[in-house]
Design a protein around this ligand. Structure first.
Ligand code: PXP
Length: 240
């Protein structure tokens, strides 16, 4: 375990593009610039409703990107088919509700257990690194391990929200810390993501054992003011 890696989620470049129905700003350009400025991987979430990233983005980015592409996807037959067709280096399986503004929580590992097992098995067979997006609780880590997950991504939305609102976050911090320790003991690789800002990244990076941070919305927003290069460089310094 060394320096934590930084994955850049570029979904919201597509959000801005789609708001006007134009072909700019380009998610591919954002992916290639992020790669140039030190991103370790690029994340895109191909949602069922295609509200931001669309299939053509996946095709173009998959073709041109040199660093690993991390495809976030709901555990559905259609998405599994797409992942097996385009073979991104990484997949992160996430829950999806059509009406949510963003991914509100971790997967329900019990309800979806049979299909999740199949997804992990099929992707592993194609040598795609697969993680499950889960709540920060040892119970979720236990369930993810039972399903055969080699990686988990811990949903950091709650702690980031508390930090932003200047509320107490130590309880949530300890939940994450305990989940990371437990996962590491089981030999599971741990990632973290959702709602992370410069401030919350500083706090979360105190937890040793998180090997990858996946950050999107804040980076795309902050890039308006300081540029994507400065944003990436600052995050890399924080999490190293
Ligand atoms: N990780 C996962 C699994 C996610 O679903 C998301 C949001 O799409 C992120 C990370 C990035 O979250 P944010 O855009 O809030 O930084």
């Amino acid at each position: 375990m060394g320096t934590a890696r930084l994955g850049i989620n570029i979904d919201h470049v597509a959000t801005v593009r789609n708001a006007r129905g134009e072909n700019y700003p380009s998610p591919l350009k954002a992916a290639l610039l992020s790669q140039k400025y030190g991103a370790d991987s690029i994340t895109i979430h191909l949602r069922e409703d295609r509200r931001h990233i669309v299939d053509q983005d996946l095709v173009e980015i998959r073709k041109k990107l040199k660093i690993p592409l991390n495809l976030e996807m709901a555990p559905t037959k259609q998405m599994l088919k797409i992942a097996l067709k385009y073979k991104p280096a990484f997949v992160c399986v996430v829950p999806e509700k059509r009406k949510e503004i963003t991914t509100e929580g971790g997967l329900n590992l019990k309800k979806n257990s049979n299909f999740l097992k199949k997804v992990i098995y099929e992707l592993k067979r194609k040598k795609i690194r697969t993680s499950l997006f889960i709540e920060p609780s040892p119970k979720s880590v236990f369930n993810a391990n039972k399903l055969g997950a080699e990686c988990i991504e811990i949903h950091t939305g709650k702690i980031c929200n508390l930090i932003n609102k200047r509320k107490k976050y130590s309880k949530e911090f300890n939940k994450i810390l305990n989940s990371v320790k437990y996962a590491n003991n089981l030999g599971i690789e741990v990632h973290a993501g959702h709602g992370i800002t410069f401030e919350s990244a500083k706090i979360l990076s105190k937890i040793k054992g998180i090997e990858e941070f996946n950050i999107g919305h804040f980076i795309i927003g902050e890039s308006i003011f300081i540029g994507i290069k400065n944003c990436i460089k600052t995050f890399k310094k924080i999490i190293k």
